[in-house]
Ligand binder design. Structure first.
Ligand SMILES: *Cc1c(COP(=O)(O)O)cnc(C)c1O
Length: 456
């Protein structure tokens, strides 16, 4: 098809919407390392996982072989409320940058949660409902995951208990109100409502909290209440599987207009949007059918890929979760109060960690002031006010497009625009006032936490 015919927004029709999730693990020669039971040091079994997670989700977690999972009809119907999401050709940004590169972004911000997280929230709530549970517990950092889960639970009639990282709870009161509007109970973490929360508070009084702390509390809350299970918004294999809907749609949109991506970029907190966006393309790379340059973008303040260690570690600060082999900064690493809340996690998806370790993708990190500069540049020409997390991907896409300007290459660059930044205006205010600071952990700090990794 003639390139000039590529519209600003590529939408798929309802009929063209993908009906399966794609499981990258099926095409990996070296599978991601199994989760381990910290008590026995053995791979966790489905029965052990089922004590924490819904059973069907436990099955998805352990399944390294099934390539395609049909999406249940009820989830597809929910998806249709806000999907397919558009693949947008950033004509205005290209013009502003004066680059020969073609820039596209997959925009996941068109729903009330303001992010891609709803794609997995509805799936996890659906399986909880199928199992006749009363409700689910979870953590939330910046609040997008908690909001997404509240929406999904409200839709299906499930109780929803959210432990929200304390600094976000205080900085984002409106996010909290959205969750309460959808019926969720929201507790700032660490709290004195759980044993692990009280212990963390005793050890680190006045702490801002972290995703790792909030996970510990949510897991404890799930296992100590009848009819409840814990759900997690990123990192896990099952979450990457659900988020593959992003990549499946992107892949179909590219096929529709004969676009061959060269570079695919995503911000990486726990790795779910990036893992989802790249999945069908990574599948082709793994099968030797095509090559792509995949880039994970993380904050310099929480550099799991670029400065972390590939090792078994706990997924939470309180050490109540299984051990995962992943790129990690250490489970007691509490990131600075960086505003890109959704990227402040010490670990990284085991699937992406394995792919990164094998050289199938690369990673870069940026300081937040340069990320916000890119966010503003983007907002002024493309209109959308991006989430700080998503803006990491924008920064990288802009830099890649500027490299093309030097070399004259007409690369196709696709990045994930994971969400909107309406609840991040405090951070935008700091940027606009010139009071935003950059924080980069010292080598000593990185080494200190690395020394505390569990010895496996
Ligand atoms: C949570 C979140 C992220 C990061 O999470 P991943 O699991 O790495 O995708 C990125 N962008 C937004 C808007 C988020 O809410």
């Amino acid at each position: 098809m003639n390139e000039s015919k590529i519209p600003y927004k590529i939408y798929l029709s309802e009929e063209e919407m993908p009906t399966t999730w794609y499981n990258m693990r099926a095409d990996m020669k070296i599978k991601p390392a199994p989760l381990l039971n910290p008590g026995t040091g053995q791979p966790v079994t489905l029965d052990e996982l089922s004590a924490i997670f819904c059973r069907e989700l436990g099955k998805q977690e352990l399944d390294n072989d099934t390539r395609e999972f049909p999406i249940p009809q009820e989830i597809l119907d929910f998806y249709k409320m806000y999907r397919p999401s558009p693949l947008v050709r950033a004509y205005c940004l290209e013009k502003k940058l004066d680059t020969p590169a073609h820039i596209y972004y997959k925009f996941e911000g068109n729903n009330t949660s303001g992010s891609h997280k709803l794609n997995s929230a509805i799936a996890q709530a659906y399986y909880a409902k199928q199992q006749d549970l009363k409700g689910v517990t979870t953590e939330t950092g910046a609040g997008q995951w908690g909001t997404a889960l509240s929406m999904a639970c409200a839709y299906l009639g499930l109780d929803c208990q959210v432990y929200m990282v304390k600094i976000s709870y205080e900085q984002k009161p409106f996010r909290r109100e959205v969750m309460r509007t959808y019926g969720a109970a929201v507790t700032p973490s660490p709290s004195n409502t759980t044993a692990v929360g009280r212990k963390i508070l005793e050890e680190f009084p006045g702490t801002n909290g972290s995703l790792g702390c909030a996970i510990s509390e949510a897991v404890e809350a799930a296992v100590s209440q009848e009819g409840y299970r814990y759900v997690l918004g990123s990192v896990l294999n099952q979450v990457l599987l659900h988020q593959s809907i992003i990549g499946q749609e992107t892949y179909a949109a590219c096929k529709k207009y004969d676009i061959k991506p060269d570079v695919i970029i995503g911000c990486a907190g726990g790795g779910s949007n990036l893992g989802g966006l790249i999945s069908p393309f990574m599948g082709e790379k793994l099968r030797g059918e095509a090559d792509y340059d995949f880039i994970a973008v993380e904050p310099a303040s929480c550099p799991s890929f670029t400065r972390g260690t590939f090792a078994y570690d706990f997924c939470d600060t309180g050490h109540v979760t299984p051990l995962a082999k992943m790129y990690t900064l250490g489970s007691d690493f509490i990131p600075s109060a960086n505003h890109a809340g959704g990227l402040r996690y010490h670990g990284m998806s085991p699937v992406l960690s394995e792919l990164y370790d094998e050289g199938y993708m690369r990673a870069v990190s940026y300081e937040q002031t340069s990320v916000f500069a890119a966010a503003e540049e983007f907002a002024r020409v493309e209109g959308i006010l991006p989430a700080p997390e998503s803006s990491h991907a924008i920064r990288c896409a802009v830099d890649e497009a500027l490299k093309c300007k030097e070399t004259g290459e007409e690369k196709n660059i696709i990045f994930g625009l994971t969400g909107t930044g309406y609840f991040d205006l405090y951070a935008y205010q700091q940027f606009n006032d010139g009071t935003m600071s950059d924080y980069i952990p010292s080598d000593e700090e990185i080494e200190k936490y690395k020394a505390n990794l569990p010895k496996i």
